[in-house]
Design a protein around this ligand. Sequence first.
Ligand code: GLU
Length: 512
Amino acid sequence: MFMAHDDSSHYSDKVRVRFAPSPTGQLHVGNARTALFNWLFARQQGGTMILRIEDTDVERSETRYETQLLDDLKWLGIDWDEGPDVGGPYPPYRQSDKLGVYQEHAERLVNEGKAYYCFCTQEVLELQREQALKEHRQPIYPGTCRNLDLDEARRRRASGEPCAIRLKIPEKPIRFHDIVRGMVEFSNEVVSDPIILRSSGVPVYNYVVVVDDAEMKITHVIRGDDHLSNTPKQVALYEALGWPVPEFAHLSTILGPDRERLSKRHGATSVAAFREMGVLPEALMNYMALLGWAPTGGNREIFVPQELVKEFDLRRVTPSPAVFDFEKLYWLNRHYIKESAPERVLTLAQPFFTRAGLLPESSGESVQTWFAKVIALLVPSVNKLDELPERATLLFRYDASAALALPDNAEVMHAATTPKVLDAFAAKIAAEPAPLAPERFKAIVKEIQKETGIKGKDLFHPIRIMLTGTHSGPEFDKLIPLMEEGATLTLPLHVLSVKERVESFRKAQSDK
Ligand code: GLU
């Protein structure tokens, strides 16, 4: 068993950890956090990260989920040294490819008297279970076939009677060490003799996981605490098979903001969903690392992947549940978006605009140059990239009638000074040659201020509503050239120039 040295977080040069997903659905943040903690620990300890596909549930496992799992992990920046796609010294890395191995070890356990053939039918087991519950007893297997004569059992099996193989749970408490929880003990009275091989010949999770972890020389089993109650059975299996028991670390449950187990009810919970929203992988990785772990001293929250590898400490992982805070994830994402190279954000943002029908599938240099400026202007105000098309409404979907009807604009529109400002501005823009330069815009606004005596937001808010539809938004200096330049480009939706906006606004006002 590996134990931490008191004064160091270094465990062993031979650290071998694994992430062992079942390809039965999307990669959820709970499992992704498990993958991440394994990865951080492996990378930090100079150990080996293994990816193993646990697909013994043939009915629910699908290749497309396996492919997506691998893609999602790679997208997050989690890599592995051994796995179904890269191979390694202990193949195969997909459980369905090694059913024979599990059968062999199960037979060995029977021969050694550590497991036995069980002929109990489903119906009988169900009745016994109901009876136990009625009598307020633990519904554990009563051990009916535990002491069957082995030769007799073999004869029954050879004659075709369906039978499973069960492990004999020893008659003593089962103890194991958990890095997150310390010593854990389960009374053998609450642990049934588990089936390890079903009568169909298909092995069960608790058993295959032990065979694989042992054969793959896993030193630390880091996984979700939904597997804590499986661990005594697995420890009993290691002992029966004569293999060393690894170190365990069970990670706490992730809860939603309402403190119920995080689920689809709470919104996006899969890695794919966050990716589709325009959450950056380093933001998701950073956020997930904080789900149950905190650095020593201080409340630092921003860690790029290399810093996480350096700072992460498995011994500082807390056993209490972690609450998933969507807002904090988005706040981190905003930070990483701002820190990213503009070209990267541009490439990532483009599909959101294409999907929203604002940009063509492919476009020439002039559109690209203009679009880069649009993105640079809007990006500081978003938490996720999927918010960008909405933010770009002020450029792409200018709608004067909607602006006039917007309750939020009512106060400005009803101000006594507003008509004067709008009349003056419209008149000056009509007389102004296009395109309007930002300096000219400034000069015009100054003239209006001088002529009318109106200033500050009484002056700027009506103009902003006239040009963008709302009274707040990005600086005019940057916005005006984008309107003027956008109006000259061929885009799926025409971007209106300043003049067109003013005309459209006047028309909507007179139509009202
Ligand atoms: N296939 C199991 C799961 O996805 C892995 C359990 C384990 O890590 O032992 O929950």
